[in-house]
Ligand binder design. Structure first.
Ligand SMILES: [Zn+2]
Length: 69
């Protein structure tokens, strides 16, 4: 689990994760019916957007580890 960044993508109380950014569509993630739209992307809901960015961050860390030897 990534640390919660205040005002960041994984801060669920942040204004950037509020209904203000909802597009009126549903999240594009399969089997997810949450309202889509955050300040980071119009396609994912808050929860899926957090998972998505956490995964990307993990992939970058893995790449970094390969180069820092
Ligand atoms: Zn979702």
């Amino acid at each position: 689990m990534a640390e919660i960044i205040p005002g960041g993508y994984n801060d669920k109380n942040c204004e950037k994760n509020s209904a203000k950014y909802h597009t009126g569509k549903k999240c594009i993630e399969h089997n997810c019916n949450n309202p889509a739209g955050t300040a980071w992307s119009p396609y994912w809901c808050v929860d899926c957007n957090i998972k998505r960015i956490d995964n990307i961050t993990e992939q970058f860390k893995a790449i970094q580890r390969k180069f820092v030897k």
